[in-house]
Design a protein around this ligand. Sequence first.
Ligand SMILES: O=C(O)CCC(=O)C(=O)O
Ligand SMILES: [Fe+2]
Length: 371
Amino acid sequence: MASSATISSPQPEAEAGPAKVHASQVSSIKVFAESNGASLIPSTYHSITDLHHDDATHDLAPSIPVIDFSLLTSHHHHVKALHQLGMACANWGFFMLTNHGIPENLMEELMNKSHEFHDLPMEEKKEFADNDPLSPIRHGTSFCPQAENVHYWRDYLKTLTFPQFNFPHKPPGYSRYCREVAYDYSHKIRAVARKLLEGISESLGLESNSIIESTGFDSGLQLFVVNLYPPCPQPHLALGMPSHSDLGLLTLLMQNGIGGLQVKHDGKWVNINPLPNCLIVLLGDQLEVLSNGKYPSVLHRAILNNADTRISVVLSNGPALDKEIGPVVELLDKEKPLFKSMKYRDYFQVKQKTRLSDKCSLDEIRLHAQQ
Ligand SMILES: O=C(O)CCC(=O)C(=O)O
Ligand SMILES: [Fe+2]
């Protein structure tokens, strides 16, 4: 059971050997980190299992795909841009998006305000502690404490911003302004995601509106997440988020200038240092399903540091909740389906209530070659 109780007081034995602190006893890792002050973290947060996690390679930085959004919409460069988009989706499941048209000052304003909800006293955030993945506004820590045996050094605010827009009315004074900025940003992100989905359809040899139509995207679910990762005294032992893929079609992410995102490419973790003012685009599980495996969702994770609070604002753009999503029929002329169809509502609920680990939810609907 998730608890809305505030953090239990810091464990006196923390210095000697940290106590096992279950994330369900922790309402906020930010509050815990601030009140604990110990140099060792509880063993229940030791989530790094691969000894070589520092092996993130920088060599790949020059080959990280960059897509210029303005070229996708340009008559002259459209074909070349589609080709680049298709390559990025097939080979990386991830790209940086430049010239996306979202004003820099809007992104800055949102980022500057994003920590204010997290800064509220725990008492004020308690009303949003909720286990239901479809709650319009949720605040919590880690990913799904009830389902995990190790926890993650992150607090989150999750709101559903489409088809209905939801956002906290707290703290007073800030909230109206921040709601407006968030509303504006979420709409602009949907428009960018929609255009990208048109390009992705075309790059698969489909009609440009194919994915939009088959997913009911125009009434699709948009999840708006503000992640906060406080400084961690032992960043080599814990993670902000473990290796996972996102559940929707396209995730568009920005961060507060503090690095921490890694994506997996050719079996190696690659540090992502975004270009100024770009958006990071991550392909989600629903695109892997629709494309029948041609455009795999990307594994990614958030690593930590011991000096700065990192914030990422992550918008997951998905199908309509009641759409049944399976491989696009036109792609099945010459190939067998690799995935079972499933209603997005069911996929969303399962994924948000399961331990976050690689592609474990997607693997549940993967059909085996012999089937
Ligand atoms: O904070 C990040 O960079 C990654 C966040 C993320 O993967 C998520 O919210 O799904
Ligand atoms: Fe993610």
